[in-house]
Design a binder for this molecule. Structure first.
Ligand code: GAR
Length: 195
């Protein structure tokens, strides 16, 4: 079995990245994590990646004059790692259209809502403010429009009386850690039709 080469992009905690790295340790998992890139050199997730032998690269977006210039560095890093697929895992940067177009069909994201509901920031609070009774998360293809590519996998979680954005986020995160590795497994094993 030739395993697909996957890079993960993070900006912070990296718990979804951790779930992907752990899943890829299984000998029969059809993908290997070949690198983790972060726009924050102090992203806590980087420590886990390094401790698990995954190469890391960091560059701050603040060091670049334009979005395009920063994205060019990400593109060079992904190309050097010879990646087949990219998983965004809490990567809190918006891509330039050119970069997003180039990687469309090879890039996934996880968003903590049942897309197309509650795109953008604070999706848990958006769900609570909306009076929703069900929330969840979505693994989807990344396309140039933000949080808008076709869904690959979704999971629902209940909204319970007394929930805050924090308690709802914690419940949703458990589901995220389940469906992101499963979506990557499906993609890398050819079970998902190309975009
Ligand atoms: C996750 O809940 C992820 O779904 C969300 O950020 C969190 C990152 O946590 N992503 C977005 O909101 C993207 N629009 P993690 O760093 O522990 O994986």
């Amino acid at each position: 079995m030739s395993r697909k080469r996957v890079a993960i992009l993070i900006s912070g905690r990296g718990s979804n990245m951790q779930a992907l790295i752990e899943a890829a340790k299984a000998p029969d998992f059809p993908a290997e994590i070949v690198g983790v890139f972060s726009n924050k050199s102090d992203a806590p997730g980087l420590d886990f990646a390094r401790a698990n032998g995954v190469p890391t690269a960091t560059r701050s977006h603040k060091d670049f004059a334009t979005r395009e210039d920063f994205d060019a560095v990400i593109d060079q890093t992904l190309t050097a790692w010879q990646v087949d697929y990219v998983c965004l895992a809490g990567f809190m940067r918006i891509f330039s259209t050119g970069f997003a177009r180039k990687w469309t069909g090879r890039m996934l994201n996880i968003h903590p809502s049942l897309l197309p509901k509650y795109k953008g920031l604070h999706p848990h609070q958006q769900a609570l403010d909306d009076g929703a009774s069900v929330h969840g998360c979505t693994v989807h293809w990344v396309i140039p429009e933000l949080d808008d590519g076709p869904a690959i996998l979704q999971a629902q979680v209940p909204i319970l009386p007394g929930d805050t954005a924090e308690t709802l986020a914690a419940r949703t995160l458990v589901a995220e850690h389940r469906i992101y590795p499963e979506a990557l497994r499906m993609l890398a094993s050819g079970e998902i039709a190309p975009l």
